[in-house]
Design a protein around this ligand. Structure first.
Ligand code: ATP
Length: 528
């Protein structure tokens, strides 16, 4: 029976030796229509092994559609795919797999109830043996392959790890297992769909090292991402899409940040510090000695009116729990809170809302939005009492006027407030979620990961909205892993570790490396 490796070697023999100029894969003039939607409108791109690529573009510009065409999930409506020197109209998933194209999706496509060893070995088994059972000599060989692949991604393949169920692993490790599976399949192109969305900066660094190793083994890596800073750190080529067309492909270092943003959006966007205004002198919010069980302890925060405080930290630092507790979603076990000098108590989300504290969760899809409901319904749930008219019936005219005002302030890309939120791009959904709080003009707004998965154009709009709120005197706390985001928007940045605030710096003049060093140093100190 033919093995996966043999298949690969046979296919590779069509192409020239490593280091040749022959591309591994080319899309030429690719179109894709979904009924009336023309998602790809003449896309060209070229992938060579051993190189990293960053597929960049606004939400809805066709990135996912393009990777689905490359992985054989979608058939193009028109155009040509050249794989290993052979021209084809379309690829099937099997053709893509046999050529060594592996995709690590955000859900990682691992089987959660199988062990690490089984997951890694299974990929190889499926491609190579097409469903043979793991037994006898084969099993030993597969385990050996799994071990080698796990070592490649920097994991120690101890028997304990090999036998752990994937469901029991933290996300960052699961991701490396998924990449190990691709390596075990002798991948020549690994596609990663927004791989760093849920990773901390520290975990991102590890992923970047893994990418370096893949490239050294002559594997190509194609990232779909919205995080420009990470692309620059990884290096390689940028492929830019706009409205279903490929508008540029060149080494990423040949583009400035603002040039890339302009190519993606078609409008000039300067890489800039958004923070201009200074906070007002009056203290708006003060927390002293806040603790929540084992999550965080003895946290002090002072926030002036109109001030923007960033909170960051590595995994398990307690920053997420702190933001949840301030919004009443996690009980505080000790500490004192004052708003405008008055002592307050927050035991439930309703207490926080009544005090004028808003909270925008990181996971907008499962925690924040009612996807099947309209923009109008999603923007006005906090003011149902205010838009209630005679006999408590909703005053539709008032409510709609309020929804229109919020949509305009958040610059939604549609005027139709009856559109279901599920039909909007990620960036517009996030604007609806933040905009909801504008209806009650909160005193303090806590934003958790306000631009996760959001494209560069929407980020710009969201940052401007944040600044406008601060200028009206709203205090803001941004909890984020996105260090450029914190540096561009905040007055101060607090670094958390082990449930405590271990450092605080002024955002102006601080650079990203310095902030990162502060985070890492605090982690080292905590470990010692
Ligand atoms: N199966 C489908 N049926 C109909 N329309 C689709 C389908 N898949 C994608 N589209 C549309 O094609 C366009 C491109 O979508 P795609 O998901 O490829 O964009 P994207 O760049 O990956 O966006 P994001 O950054 O939000 O993930 C969008 O207008 C989208 O609504």
């Amino acid at each position: 029976m033919e093995r996966r490796g043999d298949t690969c070697r046979r296919l590779s023999s069509v192409s020239k030796l490593p280091g040749s100029d022959e591309p591994f894969l080319q899309l030429r003039g690719i179109h894709k229509r979904f009924g009336g939607v023309h998602a790809l409108r003449g896309v060209d791109l070229t992938i060579r092994t051993g190189e990293a690529y960053h597929l960049l573009g606004e939400n809805g510009c066709g990135k996912s559609t393009a990777i689905k065409i490359i992985s054989g999930a979608y058939e193009p409506s028109d155009g040509e795919i050249v794989l290993d020197g052979r021209s084809r109209r379309a690829l099937t998933p099997l053709m893509a797999m046999e050529a060594g194209i592996e995709t690590v999706y955000q859900d990682l496509s691992l089987l959660p109830n199988l062990t690490v060893e089984e997951n890694v070995a299974l990929g190889e088994q499926l491609v190579g043996g097409k469903g043979r059972l793991l037994r006898g000599l084969d099993r030993r060989r597969l385990v050996e392959t799994a071990r080698r692949a796990l070592t490649e991604v920097g994991l120690d393949p101890t028997p304990a790890l090999m036998r752990t169920k994937v469901a029991d692993l933290p996300l960052a490790i699961r991701q490396r297992v998924a990449i190990a599976r691709a390596i075990a399949c002798e991948a020549r192109l690994v596609i990663m769909d927004e791989p760093t969305t849920s990773l901390t900066r520290h975990e991102v660094e590890t992923l970047i090292e893994v990418v370096g190793r893949l490239r050294a083994q002559n594997v190509a890596v194609l990232f779909v991402t919205h995080k420009l800073e990470e692309c620059y750190r990884i290096g390689g080529q940028a492929i830019v899409f706009r409205d279903g067309q490929s508008v540029a492909q060149a080494p990423i270092d040949s583009f400035s940040r603002s040039r890339l943003a302009e190519l993606m959006t078609g409008r000039p966007i300067e890489a800039q510090r958004y923070r201009r205004a200074a906070p007002q002198p009056e203290i708006l919010f003060r927390a002293r000695g806040l603790s929540a069980g084992r999550h965080f302890e003895d946290v002090d925060i002072t926030l002036r009116r109109g001030e923007i405080l960033g909170i960051t930290g590595l995994s398990d630092s307690g920053r997420n729990e702190l933001s949840l507790a301030l919004a009443g979603h996690l009980p505080l076990t000790a500490g004192e809170l004052t708003i405008a000098g008055e002592k307050v108590r927050i035991a439930r989300p309703a207490d926080a809302i009544a005090l004028g504290i808003g909270y925008v969760p990181e996971d907008r899809l499962s925690e924040g939005l009612f996807l099947e409901k309209s923009i109008y319904a999603n923007e006005t749930p906090l003011i149902l009492d205010r838009i209630a008219g005679f006999l408590g019936l909703l005053d539709d005219r008032k409510g709609r006027a309020e929804a229109r005002r919020i949509s305009a302030e958040m610059q939604l890309n549609t005027d139709d407030i009856d559109l279901p939120v599920g039909a909007l791009s990620g960036g517009n959904q996030q604007r609806v979620l933040i905009g909801r709080w504008l209806s009650i003009e909160p005193k303090l707004l806590i934003l958790h990961g306000p631009t996760v998965g959001v494209d560069v154009g929407s980020k710009d709009t969201i940052y401007r909205a944040i600044q406008a709120m601060s200028e009206r005197g709203i205090g803001l706390i941004i909890v984020s892993d996105d260090l450029p985001e914190l540096l561009q928007n905040c007055d101060r940045i607090a670094v958390m570790n082990g449930g405590r605030i271990v450092d605080e710096l002024r955002a102006e003049g601080a650079d990203e490396d310095r902030l990162y060093q502060t985070m890492v140093a605090s982690e080292r100190d905590a470990a010692e």
